[in-house]
Ligand binder design. Structure first.
Ligand code: DGT
Ligand code: CA
Ligand code: CA
Length: 579
């Protein structure tokens, strides 16, 4: 069935194509207006269509109403198909590039005969864009950067999404009778925030049926290569996947090798050489006697042979993990079961989709002792942020919940308070002081004037009522670049002010980045692993946050929400009362 959202998309597209073609602006705008009207429609859309009353809605004219009815009733619209066919298909793709709207697309098409992103990129590189009317050197640079980002983004995938595809695949692989062991390897096993491709490894004495099974999976779109023990495929959705099958005696070495990272492998190989052995995906060989050690059946055995504890895959990034762990016990990294609750969560009161009680119920089902509620503050009007009055009312509701006999866990009353462009907070101190904790967050970039994001975050942390800062860089992985923060200064200020830094576990944020946590930990800064839940289903995101904490070497004591209810209450109260 054609949904309202489909129709909105088509109307928008028609408007854009008309604008690119240089049609009369009234006509162009009529489609955009109709799309906006449908978005805000209060009556049921399909009822309106069925009763032929669409043209009575303000903002939708007769001609457009007819086109919508045709789309709903027949499932297609010749006018739209013809219009689409009348322009080169690559023109619309350019809308994905920041800075490229319909007017600019029209200009580059008309003046430079550019019909797709590749041609646009070439023209930027040759400096041809900046001489067009309405463009300039800055615009050209911005467009080129946008194209480069897009290329980088398309080549990688979020860990969360890749994991959702890889997990059932590896489980199915383990079920095959020929497979002795199977594991996910590569960056996915190292829990990198984004991955280039999926790597699977299996041990078996009869690889042929495994290769057949793998290349004939329903989700396989294209088999790139298929050999006797190696295959590469492209899955629906564009993800590439490699499978290697090795004999059981090689499995430990191959698993270590294909888990990587490359940098870690190089470091371990050189350590192994110092001991007189050459290490490869095939095994260990003695440089002198050409005799291999016989008793290595697991990664643990391999590390032990080299005088190391089992280094968790998350730490194998070639960032001195080998030097740091030499002769040590394996590090006791935080685990998902250590979490006793989370702090950054939204409800229907702002832009969440679940009620307070639904959130509390789902959190109790996670086995947690407490849940913090932190809706947006009023400056985030696009997210329906709460004003002072609504916040005070929500706090009362939370206190009431805690006092009610049917409560399922303890709720903390918090706020995700906007840091305004001058670094001040969206609420006065006396309002913030009513909360159990305050999360300060930036939701819009600094303008040309005024303090930059680093200065704004530091100013916020200097307010003693601020418990923690959320998603410091504002990045959206593969979508939006991070703010250009001075992490060292932010971490130093957090340490100086006793402020916690969030690990935002939303799979697209994973912010603050794992690369900075080792430094933060050394400075004594603690983390709060938060799902930034906008729905009761989103608590599952904490797993992605745990991955990042582990990559950042964090242990249970480094994360405040591993504390039990009593300790964490004391901790929050102490911070709010400035002792
Ligand atoms: P990705 O896929 O870009 O997210 O990152 P990885 O780490 O999964 O890289 P990938 O898929 O190219 O290779 C998987 C692992 O295989 C990699 O982490 C380490 C190992 N490996 C691949 N190529 C090389 C190499 O040229 N040298 C060494 N030492 N190891 C390699
Ligand atoms: Ca990979
Ligand atoms: Ca690979």
């Amino acid at each position: 069935m054609v949904t309202k959202n489909d129709i909105i998309g088509i109307l928008e597209e028609i408007g854009v194509i008309l604008e690119i073609k240089g049609e009369n602006p009234f006509k162009t705008r009529a489609y955009a207006n109709a799309a906006r009207t449908l978005e805000g429609l209060e009556e049921d859309f399909h009822t309106l269509v069925a009763e032929e009353r669409l043209d009575q809605v303000k903002g939708i004219g007769k001609a457009i109403a007819e086109k919508i009815s045709r789309l709903v009733n027949e499932g297609d619209l010749p006018y739209y198909n013809d219009l689409k066919a009348s322009i080169p298909p690559g023109l619309l793709d350019m809308l994905d590039i920041p800075g490229m709207g319909p007017k600019k697309i029209k200009a580059v098409h008309k003046n430079l005969n550019i019909s797709n992103i590749e041609e646009l990129k070439a023209s930027c590189e040759e400096g041809k864009l900046q001489i067009l009317d309405g463009f300039g050197k800055k615009t050209e640079e911005k467009i080129l950067k946008g194209i480069q980002n897009r290329e980088a983004y398309m080549a990688r995938h979020l860990w969360w999404e890749a994991h959702a595809i890889a997990k059932p695949l590896v489980e199915a692989l383990r079920e095959l009778p020929e497979v002795e062991k199977a594991e996910i390897a590569g960056s996915l096993r190292r829990k990198k925030e984004t991955v280039g491709d999926l790597d699977f490894l299996a041990s078996s004495g009869s690889p042929a049926p495994i290769m057949d099974w793998f290349t004939k999976r329903p989700e396989v779109q294209e088999v790139t290569t298929k050999g006797e023990t190696k295959a590469s495929v492209r899955l629906t959705g564009g993800l590439q996947a490699d499978l290697r099958v090795v004999p059981p005696e090689q499995y430990a070495f191959a698993l270590h090798h294909f888990t990587g990272s490359k940098e870690h492998n190089v470091a371990l190989r050189s350590r192994s050489l110092q001991k007189g052995y050459s290490l490869s995906e095939w095994g260990l060989k003695s440089e002198k006697a050409n005799k291999a050690p016989q008793n290595i059946f697991s990664e643990e055995d391999l590390f032990e042979f080299l005088g190391l504890p089992l280094i968790p895959p998350e730490l194998r990034e070639g960032r001195e993990e080998i030097e740091r762990l030499e002769g040590e016990n394996p590090p006791l990294l935080i685990e998902e079961s250590d979490l006793k609750g989370v702090f950054h969560n939204h409800t229907k009161a702002s832009d969440g989709q679940s009620s307070l009680r639904e959130m509390a119920h789902a959190a109790a089902k996670m086995g947690w002792e407490y849940l913090g509620i932190s809706d947006h503050s009023k400056a985030s009007f696009q997210a329906d942020g709460l004003n002072e009055e609504k916040l005070i009312r929500q706090i009362a509701e939370i206190r009431e919940y805690n006092a009610s006999p049917d409560r399922e866990l303890h709720l903390f009353a918090g706020i995700e308070c906007d840091i305004l462009s001058d670094g001040s907070l969206d609420f006065e101190d006396e309002v913030l002081a009513e909360c159990d904790y305050v999360i300060a967050a930036i939701h819009s970039r600094s303008g040309q004037k005024g303090p930059d994001e680093t200065a704004r975050l530091i100013a916020a942390m200097e307010n003693p009522l601020v418990t923690m800062i959320a998603h410091p860089t504002g990045r959206l992985l593969l979508q939006r670049e991070p703010y250009d923060l001075d992490h060292r200064k932010i971490i130093d200020a957090a340490a100086g002010n006793g402020v916690v830094i969030e690990i935002n576990s939303h799979p697209r944020r994973l912010d603050m980045d794992w690369r900075w946590w080792r430094y933060a930990r050394e400075k004594g800064v603690r983390a709060s692993i938060n799902p930034d839940a906008h729905h009761s289903d989103h608590f599952a995101y904490t797993l992605a946050g745990i991955n990042i904490a582990r990559k950042g070497w964090l242990q249970r004591e480094d994360v405040i929400n591993t504390m039990g209810l009593k300790d964490v209450s004391d901790f929050l109260r102490k911070k709010m009362s400035h002792d």
